[in-house]
Design a protein around this ligand. Structure first.
Ligand code: SAH
Length: 213
């Protein structure tokens, strides 16, 4: 199966029916072939609206959830975005079509290397990848206009709140790892933060330190 016109139409239709209606987001998702980010056994299911297993026991998120999170983040072409949880690199690739620059971090070196190879193969040049515990953010490049977490924290990590620009938006799942979590949007105000609960989601947990692979 390839990301041909008919497959794209079906893929976009499924996204719209789940509430992904932002034209810029849909256009970005049309430009990124999810099969490039799903390897091995599950490659032929890349265009289904399902999370799928990737290396290191992690998952590539469901396309409609990627779309809804991207939409909630309200990315514009001038933005510098930080993503915590590179995983397959799929979400970062979509952000790269909407933002000026994307910094993406994962605690597994192996996932970061694999994602970087796909970005290079697809001539995506505005993503910087690195391996670290992303809950500390990336102070050297702060502040960020947008921050997206694709792993669930119990609370928004303090360093990430601090690295968000005033007027900036952070979207993240919060809650216990084995329960249903809430996707929330945090907006940094001149004084303090505004919190907005979006929907129920399920993500792998945000873990401390580096992974073994
Ligand atoms: N955005 C990914 C899906 C991510 S799955 C995609 O599009 O495919 C969540 C990822 O978060 C996993 O790869 C996991 O290793 C990573 N992760 C968990 N805790 C982390 C932490 N503290 N710092 C960086 N990455 C973390």
């Amino acid at each position: 199966m390839s990301f041909d016109a008919a497959t794209k139409m079906q893929f976009l239709y499924a996204l719209r029916s789940k509430g992904v209606t932002d034209t810029n987001v849909l256009t970005a998702m049309e430009k990124v072939d999810r099969a490039d980010y799903v390897k091995g056994t599950f490659a032929d299911r890349a265009y289904e609206d399902m999370p799928l297993p990737i290396a290191c026991g992690q998952t590539i998120s469901q396309p409609s959830v990627v779309g809804l999170m991207t939409q909630a983040l309200q990315v514009s072409a001038r933005d510098k975005v930080l993503e915590i949880g590179t995983g397959s690199g799929y979400q970062a690739a979509i952000l790269s079509k909407l933002a000026r620059r994307v910094y993406t971090v994962d605690r597994y070196r192996r996932l970061v290397h694999a994602a970087r190879a796909v970005f290079e193969a697809n001539d995506i040049t505005n993503i910087t990848t690195f391996t670290a515990d992303g809950s500390h953010g990336f102070a050297e490049q702060a502040p960020f206009d947008r921050i997206l977490l694709t792993a669930a924290a119990e609370d928004p990590p303090g360093p990430l709140l601090a690295q968000l620009r005033v007027g900036g938006i952070m979207v993240l799942p919060v809650g216990q790892s084995d329960a249903v979590q809430s996707l929330i949007r945090v907006t940094r105000l001149e004084h303090g933060y505004d919190y907005d609960e979006l929907r129920a989601v399920r993500f792998v947990p945000l873990l401390e330190g580096l992974g073994q692979e």
